[in-house]
Ligand binder design. Sequence first.
Ligand SMILES: [Zn+2]
Length: 85
Amino acid sequence: MTKSDTAYQIDVILRKILAHAQSISCDDCYDVLDKYADMLRAGKDPSIILPGVKEHLIACGDCGDEFKALIAILETSSAPDTSNT
Ligand SMILES: [Zn+2]
């Protein structure tokens, strides 16, 4: 087994542990995703009132991508709007 194989296996195991440790489902995650993003952008720590979301975003590629897309939309919409005159 090469070193990169070991690193990969550790990564897989960590993801499984994280996926198991968090108890929220994709639906739960999706429901609070905008709130989670708002809190993050406000400089607060959303994991205090939304435990498991961060772990889910790390463990779940689909929700992680969804979260990144949401952040991108929020970043765009919060920019000064000069095009809609
Ligand atoms: Zn998910």
